[in-house]
Design a protein around this ligand. Structure first.
Ligand code: 5AD
Ligand code: FES
Length: 365
């Protein structure tokens, strides 16, 4: 079966639902290695032997939403809330710029009040200014109106991450309170595209009640919505959250979550080929070398944390989040050597746009 799937890939024939399911169900170690190697080969063909960095600044954990799985959900009263000062965020971006990272990601809990919208707009403009327009900016700030998306785009952001978390609407409902709405989220992806962003989405892998068929549907969803960038990671229990109560013994499923996440990365690479795929921090939370393994399985983006260490313990979306203590300099050193160790080059100073987006834009011309 695997040879048949590889032949299809080599002849440019689209993989079927059954093929994707087969890939996600593989347990045999030799077969798995072949799948990861093939996904890596496809990544190399489309992107090169290259990893792009995005310095991520998690500048606030204040959130108006209440997702049942998330450690910084509104109802979690054990979390000390913070928002970094404008100068601190700018300093983080400047640091990333000086390291020649090429891009930053600004992420926070969700807010849509006018003060927040203005605050972000100002920061985006300042980051553009300090980097003479050279630093690429991705934002990950949840559901907003088209007008807000437009203002932030005009201020300098050009990529947006908004995970749908799962494409199974019934499961989405079980993981969120009544006022959270899947259709609205999907509509936001459409708005972002209309404004002109490179659009990223993704899902959590190994959620309670999630099936392999759901994950196959997630991959088809990415295709259907013509997504440019994918950020997926394993679901990890988070203390004081309702979803974590559904899991009896997380330690016993960790290995499975981890392997399934790698398989998802590989399957998405084999299916979508030219999108950017992030090897997410959640993978590293499960395995020390998880992010490197994500790259080996077909991912091409790493998001080193450049948030000031004093804030990191408060941005715990899930347990065991790595690099809580290290400052950004240390993170950089360790990451760089880890990436060179797996024989990949870092695309320093480059925006590292999604080839899928660039290819689409070229076709339109
Ligand atoms: N485990 C893994 N990922 C999580 N996220 C939130 N909570 C968890 C968790 N418990 C992810 C969501 C969100 C992103 C910022 O963090 O997918 O979109
Ligand atoms: Fe903040 Fe889900 S809890 S967006």
């Amino acid at each position: 079966m695997l040879n048949y799937i590889f032949e299809k890939i080599d002849s440019g024939i689209e993989l079927s639902e059954e093929d994707l399911k087969y890939l996600l169900l593989i347990e045999n170690k030799d077969e798995l290695k072949k799948v990861f190697d093939k996904a890596y080969e496809i990544k190399e063909q489309n992107i090169g032997k290259k990893v792009w960095f995005r310095g991520i600044i998690e500048f606030s954990n204040i959130c108006k939403k209440d997702c049942y799985y998330c450690g910084i959900r509104k109802s979690n009263k054990t979390v000390e809330r913070y928002i970094m000062k404008e100068e601190e965020i700018i300093a983080g971006a400047e640091w990333a710029y000086k390291q020649n990272y090429g891009s930053v990601v600004l992420q926070s809990g969700e807010r849509d009040d006018p003060i927040f919208v203005d605050f972000i707009e100002r920061i985006l403009k300042k980051i553009k200014e300090l980097s003479k327009g050279e630093l690429g900016i991705t934002i990950s700030l949840g559901e907003q109106t088209k007008e807000t998306y437009q203002r932030w785009f005009d201020a300098g952001a050009h990529r947006y991450l908004l995970r749908v978390e799962t494409s199974n609407t019934k499961l989405y409902k079980k993981l969120h309170p009544e006022d959270h709405n899947f259709e609205q989220r999907v509509n936001c992806l459409q708005l972002l595209k209309e404004v002109g962003y490179q659009v990223g989405t993704g899902v959590m892998i190994g959620l309670p009640m999630q099936t392999i068929d759901d994950l196959v549907d997630d991959i088809l969803f990415f295709k259907k919505h013509d997504i440019d960038m994918i950020g997926m990671g394993p679901y990890i229990v988070s203390e004081n959250t309702p979803t974590s109560e559904l899991i009896e013994d997380f330690d016993s499923i960790k290995e499975n979550q981890y392997m399934l996440s790698l398989k998802m990365i590989a399957a998405v690479r084999l299916f979508l080929k030219d999108v950017n795929i992030a090897s997410t921090t959640a993978l590293q939370a499960l395995k020390t070398y998880g992010r490197e393994m994500g790259l080996k399985a077909g991912a091409n983006i790493i998001m080193p944390n450049v948030t000031d260490t004093i804030y990191r313990p408060s941005y715990q979306l899930y347990e065991n989040k790595p690099c809580i203590d290290e400052n950004s300099d240390l993170c950089m050193g360790c990451l760089e050597s880890r990436i060179l160790k797996i024989d990949e080059e870092i695309g320093l100073g480059e925006w590292g746009d999604s080839p899928h987006f660039t290819n689409k834009a070229a076709q339109k011309k």
